[in-house]
Design a binder for this molecule. Structure first.
Ligand SMILES: *[C@@H]1O[C@H](CO)[C@@H](O)[C@H](O)[C@H]1NC(C)=O
Ligand SMILES: *[C@@H]1O[C@H](CO)[C@@H](O)[C@H](O)[C@H]1NC(C)=O
Ligand SMILES: *[C@@H]1O[C@H](CO)[C@@H](O)[C@H](O)[C@H]1NC(C)=O
Length: 222
């Protein structure tokens, strides 16, 4: 039991007490490889440090194309809702972050029709206010995502090889298990017969020796 990894345990507990874990926030890193012509979600998650404290946040996204030196404001999300701030992304960004809440912890955006010119560095900023009983606490968090745009989803050879290996090993293990089961089954069956025979022999011997003992006893007793 001590060997169960803590993460697995947490997952199990979450399965058991799903409602408690529903709101849990995890800062998952964004994917960084987009395919030209497709949509792509650029992830950005900043969990509140004190989940029980009431908070609200606004978000800004900046973009620096590969080879450029300046970041451009491309998107903002605040009380007024989402705004695409740069022509380059006109009609191309959808909100993929926290919904129906000012307490934004997920500020992910979805870029439609990705082009090669979308390669570069994205930076998201959270401007967060935590409201305590007597005061407010302001906090700024930013995250950086380096996006590469490729023509086709490239799967590293390593990934393909490891997938094939996975299947090979799964099938191999299953076969091995099956063979082992048959082998064991036979062995047990054989051992069972053997054991029965031995038991019968042993019983016979026991009876024989017992009667011999008895005889001896009887002789000694005389
Ligand atoms: C993100 O936005 C896109 C475009 O609106 C939508 O198709 C997709 O389902 C959204 N994904 C999530 C996880 O909200
Ligand atoms: C995205 O691409 C599709 C198909 O090529 C096209 O119909 C659509 O108008 C494009 N949308 C934008 C915002 O460029
Ligand atoms: C990408 O940028 C280059 C150079 O600025 C421009 O010539 C080209 O039309 C752009 N491509 C797209 C798909 O926006």
């Amino acid at each position: 039991m001590a060997a169960v990894p803590p993460l697995l345990l947490i997952a199990l507990l979450c399965g058991l007490f799903a409602p408690r874990c529903d709101g849990a926030c995890a800062e998952v890193d964004s994917d960084t490889e987009a395919v030209a012509g497709k949509g792509f979600k650029i992830g950005c998650i900043s969990c509140k440090r004190r989940s029980e404290v009431e908070g609200s946040a606004t978000v800004e996204w900046y973009f620096r194309p590969d080879g450029e030196s300046d970041f451009l404001l491309i998107y903002s999300y605040n009380e007024n809702g989402p705004t695409i701030e740069h022509n380059f992304f006109e009609d191309r960004i959808d909100w993929n972050g926290s919904k129906r809440s000012n307490d934004i912890q997920d500020a992910s955006i979805y870029v439609l029709n990705v082009t090669f010119n979308d390669s570069g560095t994205y930076r998201c900023f959270f401007y967060r206010t935590l409201t305590y009983d007597n005061y407010e606490f302001f906090d700024t968090v930013d995250k950086v995502v380096h996006l590469t745009v490729v023509a086709k989803a490239t799967r590293g050879t390593a990934s393909i090889v490891s997938e094939v290996m996975m299947y090979v090993s799964i099938i191999g293990l299953q076969l091995w298990l099956l063979i082992e089961m048959i082998y064991c089954y036979r062995k047990i069956a054989a051992a069972g017969e053997e054991a029965l025979r031995e038991a019968a022999n042993a019983e016979y011997l026991a009876i024989a020796s017992e009667s011999k003992d008895n005889c001896a006893g009887v002789q000694v007793g005389e």
